[in-house]
Design a protein around this ligand. Structure first.
Ligand code: ATP
Length: 301
C-alpha cells in the first residue's frame, strides 16, 4: 500500500508546486507579461538581507534594442523607508518593478539590495525577500485559510491567524460559520474587492518579506474602503522597505519621498510638500487630479 501511496504523495507535491507557481504567475501577471529572460549565474549565492536598502545605480534599460525605456536611472531607497514612484503613463514605473524582480536585466548599470547586485544572487532568494500587493488578487476555490497561506504548506495555523489579524480580516473570519475553513470564490463565499485586497495583504504577511512592492494596491476600491486598506498597508509597511507605484497621488502624498518619473528619467524627487513648492511636474499632476476629484464630487451632488 505504501508503494501505491508514495507516488500519489509525490503527485500531490508536484500538484502543489505547480499550483503555487500558477498563483505566483497570476499574481505577478501585471508585472510580468513576458517569459523570463534571465538565469542564475553559475554557483550564485542566496541574497542575504539585513538592512533592505534598494539602489538603482545608473540603470539603462530597453525592452527592444533600439528603444530605450530607462536612461541612466539612479535612486536609493534606504532600509525601512516608504518611497513612492509616480509619473505619467509609460514613464517606466512598472519597468522599475520588473527590473527589481529581475524579470529582465539592465543593459548597463546595477541594481543593489542591501549592497548586493541582484544579478549575482539566485532569483529564488531575490523573490523571497520582496512581497507584492498587486492591483487585483487571485482567489482560489479553496478555504480562506488556504488562500491566506497561499499554498505555503509550512505556514502553521498561528501564522495564518496572525496574518489575518494584521490584515484586519479577523472580524470577517469570526463571523463566518466555518471560520478559516470557509470556502471562498465561485463555489463559496463571495468576497468584496476590499476583502480580497485584505487576503492579498495577509498573504504578504505570511511571506513576511523585508521589502514590499505595492502596485497601485487600492485602485479598484471605493474611497472609504481605500482609506481603510491604506491604513492597514501603512501598518504592514512599518519596518519594511516599501515602494508604492501609484497613479492617484492622494494615496502616496505621505510617502517619505516621492520619485517623479518622466520618459524613463527621474524628473524630480522629494516629499509631497517639497514637490508642491518646486511647482514642477508633480505640482501640475497634483492640481490636475485635485480638479478632477472636485469635478467628480460636484457631479455626484
Ligand atoms: P502606466 O502608468 O501606464 O502603467 P508605466 O510608467 O508603468 O506606465 P511601463 O509599464 O514601465 O510604464 O512602460 C514604459 C514603456 O515601456 C512604455 O512605453 C511601454 O510601452 C514600454 N513597455 C512596457 N512593457 C513592454 C514590453 N513587455 N515590451 C516592449 N515595451 C514595453
Amino acid at each position: 500500500l505504501t508503494q501505491l501511496f508514495r507516488p500519489l504523495d509525490m503527485l500531490g507535491m508536484v500538484y502543489r508546486t505547480i499550483r503555487q507557481g500558477l498563483i505566483d504567475m497570476a499574481e505577478m501577471f501585471r508585472l510580468l507579461d513576458e517569459p523570463e529572460e534571465v538565469s542564475d549565474a553559475p554557483g550564485a549565492p542566496a541574497l542575504v538581507v539585513q538592512r533592505p536598502s534598494i539602489v538603482f545605480d545608473n540603470v539603462v534599460f530597453g525592452y527592444e534594442k533600439d528603444r530605450g525605456i530607462l536612461h541612466g536611472l539612479s535612486f536609493e531607497v534606504p532600509a525601512g523607508r516608504n518611497y513612492a514612484i509616480v509619473g505619467p503613463s509609460g514613464a517606466g514605473k512598472s519597468t522599475i518593478a520588473r527590473l527589481l524582480f529581475r524579470f529582465y536585466d539592465p543593459v548597463s548599470g546595477r541594481i543593489l539590495i542591501d549592497g548586493q547586485d541582484i544579478r549575482a544572487v539566485t532569483q529564488a532568494s531575490l523573490r523571497k525577500v520582496i512581497g507584492i500587493v498587486p492591483q487585483d488578487s487571485v482567489l482560489f476555490n479553496e478555504t480562506i485559510g488556504y488562500n491566506i497561506a497561499y499554498g505555503r504548506d509550512d505556514a502553521d495555523a498561528a501564522t495564518v491567524e496572525a496574518a489575518a489579524r494584521g490584515a484586519a480580516l479577523m472580524g470577517l473570519i469570526e463571523r463566518l460559520p466555518k471560520g478559516f475553513a470557509t470556502e471562498v470564490g465561485e463555489r463559496g463565499l463571495k468576497l468584496s474587492g476590499g476583502e480580497k485586497q485584505r487576503v492579498a495583504i495577509a498573504r504578504t504577511l505570511v511571506k513576511n518579506p523585508p521589502i514590499l512592492l505595492l502596485d497601485e494596491a487600492t485602485s479598484a476600491l471605493d474611497t472609504r474602503t481605500e482609506q481603510d486598506i491604506l491604513a492597514t498597508l501603512h501598518r504592514v509597511a512599518e519596518n519594511r522597505t516599501t515602494i508604492s507605484i501609484a497613479h492617484r497621488l492622494s494615496t502616496i502624498a505621505d510617502a517619505d519621498r516621492i520619485l517623479v518619473m518622466q520618459d524613463g528619467r527621474l524628473a524630480e524627487q522629494g516629499s509631497h510638500a517639497d514637490l508642491l513648492r518646486a511647482d514642477g511636474l508633480y505640482a501640475e499632476m497634483w492640481s490636475r487630479q485635485a480638479a478632477e476629484t472636485e469635478e467628480i464630487s460636484e457631479a455626484a451632488e
